[in-house]
Design a protein around this ligand. Structure first.
Ligand SMILES: *Cc1c(COP(=O)(O)O)cnc(C)c1O
Length: 378
């Protein structure tokens, strides 16, 4: 077997992210049959641990989609929005826009309520947009990875339900790093994935669906196959996937979710993410010329965004990325489309510090020290 020709960079991007050695090692565990009793030895704990991390109400169902977060998001649209209905997308950045695009690509009537980058969504604007568009479904981003904004998803979903629509949530970059709020929000479907705050490789989209969502899907036609939540439920009841899963990831996910639930502890994990958000924000406040980008009170526990110093361009941030690479780190010079838009509008670009999954405060300290040097050396 050849040696890996690549250096092992420490990933501080917004997913994929650092994977613990124990989790890497589990990829070498034996293969197994996904319809055999062996499957449930991994996947029963996986389903149970996911429900624990989500604080999932008893009557919700968990689905593992083969794919990634956007696979689950597309399934929500295909399964819950009927042909004669409208879905309202509440977007606070690139991933909210992406979900809107997914709806359009599936031929749905999709309206868009877009907020200025860095701002969180508010109830009054959603209510006004609902009065205008009369949506049956409203799609909300829990944690906008392009801007570092974490919406108050409980308040927003409740407002949507109060007006008689089904809220669906993109929690891709926050699940495993903070509470989902599903119990409090009553959302119809919460979508997430493995490769962000769960600290795993990409490979499964994860969906939590409410009884209301299951009822609703029965009245929606052309739900597709892999995107039909109903077609997954029979298999999910047996802790299985609809079709053949990535067995190496299944083994790794078993190891990682048992660690999260039984060793680190869910509350401790969420507290660690909050501590890292505070560390990153303290760095931004202390570093000359930097400013926090996301609206105060809505700053993400998994990704921190900073406005670059005066006179620093997006191209300069890409140079910082190379300086950081030489120090052994993979730095994120910001979401490209957002930075291009900001610069076109004569504004300063932003960069992102991903502190999700199994990154520890000590690891983050090392990264921030290196970043401080890289910025000062320019
Ligand atoms: C990464 C991300 C997605 C897309 O997820 P994939 O797993 O890459 O399909 C969607 N929404 C948010 C908020 C994300 O961060």
């Amino acid at each position: 077997m050849p040696d890996a020709p690549f250096p092992g960079l420490k990933l501080f991007i917004t997913g994929p992210t650092y994977i613990r050695p124990e989790v890497r090692a589990a990829a070498a565990w034996p293969e197994f049959g996904h319809r055999d009793a062996e499957n449930a030895k991994r996947f029963r704990p996986i389903f149970e641990d996911l429900a624990a991390i989500a604080d999932l109400p008893q009557d919700y169902k968990t689905i593992l989609f083969l794919g990634s977060g956007s696979t689950a998001m597309e399934a929500a649209i295909r399964s819950l929005v009927a042909a004669d209905e409208t879905v309202l997308h509440v977007s606070v950045g690139a991933f909210g826009d992406m979900w809107h695009k997914i709806s359009l690509e599936n031929g749905k009537n999709a309206a868009l309520l877009a907020f200025e980058p860095g701002r969180a969504a508010d109830v009054a604007s959603i209510e006004a947009a609902m009065d205008e568009h009369k949506p049956a479904v409203v799609a909300i981003t829990h944690n906008e990875t392009s801007t570092g904004v974490a919406n108050d998803v409980v308040a927003l979903c409740r407002a949507v339900k109060a007006r008689g629509a089904l809220p669906i949530v993109d929690g891709v970059s926050i699940f495993g790093g903070a509470p989902t709020g599903i119990r409090e929000s009553g959302c119809a479907m919460y979508c997430t994935a493995t490769q962000k705050s769960l600290g795993l490789h990409a490979g499964f989209g994860i969906g939590f669906v409410s009884p209301e969502a299951v009822d609703k899907a029965k009245h929606v036609t052309a739900r597709g196959h892999a995107s039909d939540i109903l077609s997954h439920l029979g298999r999910a009841a047996k802790f299985q996937t609809q079709s053949t899963p990535n067995g190496a990831l299944g083994n790794q996910m078993f190891v990682q979710l048992e660690y999260i639930v039984k060793e680190e502890g869910i509350a401790a994990r969420f507290a660690r993410h909050e501590a890292m958000r505070d560390m990153a924000l303290d760095f931004v406040a202390a570093e000359p010329g930097l400013a926090a980008f996301a609206q105060e009170g809505f700053r993400s526990p998994t990704v921190t965004t900073a406005v670059a110093p005066e006179g620093t361009s997006f191209a300069d941030l890409k140079d910082v990325k190379e300086t950081m690479r030489a120090k052994g780190y993979l730095f994120d010079p910001g979401y490209a489309k957002l930075n291009e838009d900001l610069e076109a509008a004569g504004k300063r670009p932003i960069f992102r510090i991903g502190h999700m999954g199994d990154i520890s405060p000590d690891m983050l300290r090392g990264f921030l020290d290196a970043l401080g040097e890289a910025l000062a050396g320019r």
